[in-house]
Design a protein around this ligand. Sequence first.
Ligand SMILES: [Zn+2]
Length: 308
Amino acid sequence: MLSAYITHPSSLLHEMGREHPECPERVSAIHDYLLAQGLLDFMLPQTAPAATHAQVERVHASLYVAELVAAAPKSGYVHIDPDTAMNPHTLDAAWHAAGAVVLATELVARGDVATAFCNVRPAGHHATRAAGMGFCFFNNVAVGIAHALEEFGLERVALVDFDVHHGNGSEDIFASDERVLMVSTFERGLYPYNGEVATGPNLCNVPLERYTKSDALREAVTQHWLPALDDFRPQMIFVSAGFDAHRDDDMSRLGWVDNDYAWMTRELVNVAQRHAQGRIVSVLEGGYVLPVLARCAAAHVRVLIGAD
Ligand SMILES: [Zn+2]
């Protein structure tokens, strides 16, 4: 098996209220489409374990984790910001979403599979060291990166974030950590309203103007990401895979299309093959129009498993 597919039933139980765009159906839409396209036939299915406190607290303040545990409701919702709420299942889903990336990291770092895709929620890239926000509680991808660095002794790990929103949480956690290179694109002026000026020399932030389309995206990747990645020579690549920059996603004004996700993934696979023995761990972040999300995730996965 070339690639692992990791999810957990709790991803379908965490929800933040009726009509909230970050809904459980996102995970099932991706799952169903990967299944219908026959892509899951080529993947090793795995159920995510819960991450441990020690794994999560490599990247989050233990006080924040304790506060989150204490805040979890027995019924109803508890809001941690106006858009981000916990229901009785949220904490369980958050532990397993982070655990999915820990497992993906282990499978890929050990060489059991070359790549892994984590179809889990809640998302993570807005969660900073000391605070959840923007639909995120634990920074799943950061937990995986820390695991790769600490448990497998890797010295250089890259994080690629192509979600339309800036991954401020990942930036907060890894700024000036020379073991991590973070490259990202995001729409300028959109939530969380930062990222314009990178806060560390290991960050390659590329803000894109509203209405940016494929050609400019591909230029940003070619001009900024690829040289930085080649210079850095990552031993493993992590991806914050948000699909909300698609032109049909109403969360943003960028104009990416399905093919852009395939193209970008191919570029990342090439970098991984040059420097990282092909090792890529990809983790779901945003993407809110279900059919578009499902198609783009499939375009991404099809390249990750070597079928495109
Ligand atoms: Zn997003």
